[in-house]
Ligand binder design. Sequence first.
Ligand SMILES: [Zn+2]
Length: 310
Amino acid sequence: MRVPWRTLTLHTPSGSRASSVPADVVNFVPACSSTDAHYLERLQDFLSRARSLFVMTGAGLSTESGIPDYRSEGVGLYARTNRRPMEHVEFVRSAKSRQRYWARNFVGWPQFSSHQPNCAHRVLQQWEEKGKLHWLVTQNVDALHSKAGHKRLTELHGCTHRVMCLGCGAISAREELQKRFLALNPEWSAQAGAVAPDGDVFLEDEQVLHFRVPSCEECGGILKPEVTFFGDNVNKATVNFVHERLAESDAVLVVGSSLQVYSGYRFLLAARDRKIPVAIINIGPTRADHLAELKVSGRCGEVLSVIQPF
Ligand SMILES: [Zn+2]
């Protein structure tokens, strides 16, 4: 069914119209003005033409599920706090840093792991089911696409729901590690504060000091979330795999990413080189705006839920 664009008004956060964003999570979504119906029509045409769509998603998709991003003006973690994400080198080198990281992560896990996909995730999953979406690459580590049921999915920066051993490479479920934390720290308790995009929370140094961190059950090695920390590189095989999926596609759609990080941006450069048309849905500018034939400014859920690309 064709959506009557001209009757559609996308609202600003202060508006009271029906929203894809639940009231209790709206504070992590940056302010945005109404999306012009003209751009929605163009997006509809762009997506209708696509036979094999390559989608890249970022933090802007998950803010609508209540997970804050890093960079958004006013509401992102960088704007609200002086917190910065864990650096790979620091995690590997410093047992103290790992202790602090895991203590916070342990406290934040029950809340962070309970986040659910929003309507944008569900729309994309339907596109996959109907054969429109060829491949989905996400820069998010929150497992919301897999929770929504995606199969044709690459988690470019890994996933916080998995843990890897830096010694033997064994992968295990983060949920299992939570049980080990609980068993090792029966007296330890702390109240979760604001949860960061990586599941981290705020704790005082004194609280962290007594937190016990288990090592790999197989080899005694260091356990790390199976996530690409800042300063680390995405696995080459994964990058090549994504390039291959891109080469099979005839259109690229970016959803909710400013593409500031090169690991995602490089696929937009590859799309340009292959002359694959690009459309972007995002609140605010992106690094790839000049590479896109269409840019729609708006909330992912609200824009995607009115598009019928079939
Ligand atoms: Zn191991």
